[in-house]
Write a new protein. Structure first.
Length: 325
């Protein structure tokens, strides 16, 4: 299977590609737009792009492409990769006057740069590895690059400092793209569904009504929401709700939203459904309920199961003992 990813080689996206599909033939593309187009044109069976960083938030280019190609591809999976930025130069004696990297990396390391190199010019590059290639090609002794330690070492740069991000637990979430005709994975009990709601005509209380349908009418939990302006001053609302698209409640909610909002010139586009992939996994993964075979115990079992926990019930007539709980 061929997997297209946001290149060039040596980026965090390539690392994510190796984790997501270690046996795939990974092919780098020069832009997020190009990865989407490669999936649509069937040059590759899968695409992989960054969608959200825990510090900087959503990757707007990915959100825009999801909207544009919503009927031609779908989200089929997500994964989270830890981001540990380092800074490197040609020589350990270099005087740093410029720092090159991708804009997201520069922002994620802003505190370090302000403290160590407040006068240095920050230059945005197409990728972190493009910054390293530029330094090596021009032999710029006064210039540093920010990227992964492995990539800096690959290009022969001396690492001045490691783990220089503003947040020590920096992570990026990556989206795996597949063909629109592809079947979704079977429900796991801990899934999410992504969609966009795009009002072409605004009114007071519209967003409140939309959220009411999700939470009050159907009892779905909204795990994330991001707004993205268009060229007319309107906004698209990108959402992720808990639940699999093929679950009856989620399917009914999506159909109801489409029906209700269609009368108000509001687009509803579903991007896909996939196993939930949060930035931080809960420390507790299993919950035991002692004497939980009654009505209240079963209610808590449904509640915690929907939140992604494994639930053990123990009672007089269950095979699970108190000690096992």
């Amino acid at each position: 299977m061929k997997l297209g990813f946001l290149g060039p080689s040596g980026t965090y996206t390539e690392e994510a590609a190796r984790v997501a599909m270690p046996d795939a033939l990974s092919i780098p593309y020069s832009s997020i737009d190009a990865v989407f187009e490669a999936v649509v044109q069937q040059e590759v069976e899968r695409g992989l792009v960054p969608i959200e960083n825990v510090i900087q938030g959503p990757v707007t280019e990915t959100l825009d492409n999801l909207y544009h190609y919503a009927t031609q591809l779908k989200l089929v999976d997500m994964l989270v990769i830890p981001i540990q930025h380092a800074i490197g130069v040609l020589s350990p004696t270099s005087q740093v006057r410029r720092v090159l990297s991708k804009d997201q990396a520069l922002k994620q390391c802003s505190a370090y740069l302000q403290a160590q190199y407040p006068q240095a010019q920050q230059v945005n590059m197409d990728s972190t590895t493009a910054a390293m290639e530029e330094i090596v090609a021009t032999q710029a002794s006064d210039t540093a690059a920010i990227g992964s330690p492995l990539a800096l070492q690959h290009y022969g740069l001396h690492i001045l400092a490691r783990d220089i991000g503003n947040v020590q637990q920096n992570k990026t979430r990556f989206a795996v793209l597949g063909a629109a005709t592809e079947a979704y994975h079977a429900p796991t009990g801990n899934d999410a569904t992504a969609l966009v709601i795009y009002p072409h005509r605004d009114r007071i209380g519209l967003l409140e009504d939309i959220l009411g349908v999700l939470s009050k009418t159907y009892g779905l939990n909204l795990s994330s929401i991001h707004s993205r302006p268009d060229t007319r001053g309107a906004f698209r609302f990108y959402m992720e709700v808990e639940g699999h698209l093929e679950e009856p409640t989620v399917a009914a909610c999506m159909a109801d939203l489409t029906r209700q909002l269609g009368d108000e010139e509001v687009e509803v586009k579903i991007f896909g459904t996939y196993p939930r992939c949060a930035f931080n996994e809960p420390r507790l993964k299993t919950i035991g309920i002692l004497g939980g075979t009654g009505q209240m115990g079963h209610w808590f079992q449904r509640f915690f199961s929907a939140a992604g926990y494994t639930v053990l019930l123990s009672g007089r007539r269950t095979p699970v003992t108190y000690e096992q709980c």
